[in-house]
Every structure is written in structure tokens, then in C-alpha cells.
Design a protein around this ligand. Structure first.
Ligand SMILES: [Zn+2]
Length: 221
């Protein structure tokens, strides 16, 4: 796991069940150790350069078999944010994104308990999340840990963290912060999925996106 933010506190990381899941899978790179080898130093340099991304996220790359490399927004405009609910735990969804046989990914995933944000695909690349190639090319996909019929997963922390992320994405690409541009997976033409479902509080979410303090916003990639 490559950290976009160079010096997260261990306490912060340990609070996150998602991080613990990553560690259990052996994905937690020695982010705090002094890199001994040239390749590690290069990796550390990459992490430092990526530290301008906002809000802070952890880089947990999806399998390269699960997305399409692109040069957005040059190659395709980025016009939508697509909101998803995983129907899986964070850890299980992460494993799916890392499994080259699954052919699915998302740019981001937000954990239920604490709003932890993992990034799996660079924004310049096309994640396979919407089930519609045209919409995939023109959108950023954000997964939320939980189930459409279990609103207890839609925590205050998740709404707040996701709204900050969506606000930053909208600011990066000039996407209006409204329901025409921040859409449900179920609203993607020909979608076969129902997420995030009727229990997702859109009024609250859009209000939070519009009041989020995004801070200095620079694209990750
Ligand atoms: Zn979905």
C-alpha cells in the first residue's frame, strides 16, 4: 500500500478497520520505515509527490486488469460522480478490485465506520464501476461500504468524508454540485444495479457536498 499522505499517525491508521484489513492481507508497505533500497526510495518519492491530493486518501491500487488506462480529462471530459454502495465489506470489495478475474473497480471507496477513503484507480484512468462504458469514461466512481437495505452503514462519518471527496472532485473538473451530475449507479442508463438505494439521504449528501471545505485542491493524477 502506497500512502498518498506521507505521515499519517499510526493511531489514525489503526482506528481504521480498512487499514487493518489491508495489513492483514500483507498490503501495508513499510510506510514509516526508512527505505533501504533505491526502488523503495523511488516509491517514497512517489508518495511524497502524491501528497498534494485532497482529501487525504490511501492509495491501494486495483489490479491493472480491472480498469482502462487513459489521459482524462484530456481524453474524455469528467462530468459525473457516480455514487455506489458496495454490498460487500470494505475488505471484501478491496479484494475484488485487486482480483484480475473480477473486471471491476472504482476510483474510491469510503469505509462506513470512520469515513476512511481508499483510492484504487487514478482519476485520469477509467474505472469499471458504472456498467456503462460511456458513463465510465466520463465519471469518477465512489463506492460506500454497506448494503442498500442497511442504513446503519450510512454513518455521519461516511457522509461527511464522502461529501468532502465529491466536493474536491467537482472542484477539480468544474462539475456542478447537483443531482444532475452527482448521480446514483441506479441512474446510469441501462444500469442493472439499484445502489445506493432509497435509503441513501440525497438531500443531506448534496447539502454536505455544497458546504464541504475542500481546501487547496490539486489532482492526484
Ligand atoms: Zn454500484
Amino acid at each position: 500500500m502506497e500512502l498518498q499522505r506521507p505521515t499519517p499517525s499510526r493511531r489514525t491508521l489503526l482506528r481504521s478497520g480498512a487499514y487493518l484489513g489491508a495489513a492483514a492481507l500483507g498490503l501495508a508497505a513499510a510506510a514509516t520505515a526508512a527505505p533501504a533500497h533505491a526502488s523503495d526510495r523511488r516509491a517514497a518519492g512517489t508518495a511524497r509527490r502524491a501528497a498534494v491530493a485532497y482529501p487525504p486518501t490511501h492509495w491501494i491500487p486495483a489490479s491493472t486488469s480491472n480498469y482502462t488506462v487513459a489521459t482524462r480529462p484530456t481524453q474524455y471530459p469528467v462530468e459525473f460522480v457516480v455514487v455506489h454502495v458496495t454490498q460487500e465489506t470494505f475488505q471484501d470489495a478491496m479484494k475484488i478490485f485487486q482480483n484480475p478475474a473480477k473486471k471491476v473497480s472504482s476510483h474510491y471507496m469510503v469505509a462506513s465506520a470512520d469515513g476512511y477513503v481508499g483510492q484504487f484507480v487514478r482519476e485520469k484512468d477509467v474505472a469499471w464501476h458504472a456498467g456503462n462504458w460511456d458513463y465510465n469514461t466520463r465519471s469518477i466512481g465512489i463506492e460506500h461500504e454497506g448494503w442498500v437495505d442497511r442504513p446503519e452503514y450510512f454513518t455521519d462519518a461516511m457522509y461527511a468524508s464522502s461529501a468532502r471527496l465529491t466536493a474536491a472532485v467537482c472542484d477539480r473538473y468544474g462539475i456542478p454540485k447537483d443531482r444532475k451530475h452527482i448521480i446514483a449507479h441506479s441512474e446510469v442508463p441501462k444500469a442493472t444495479h439499484t445502489d445506493p438505494g432509497p435509503l441513501w439521504d440525497w438531500d443531506r449528501y448534496i447539502a454536505l457536498v455544497n458546504t464541504a471545505t475542500a481546501g487547496p485542491v490539486r489532482p492526484y493524477a
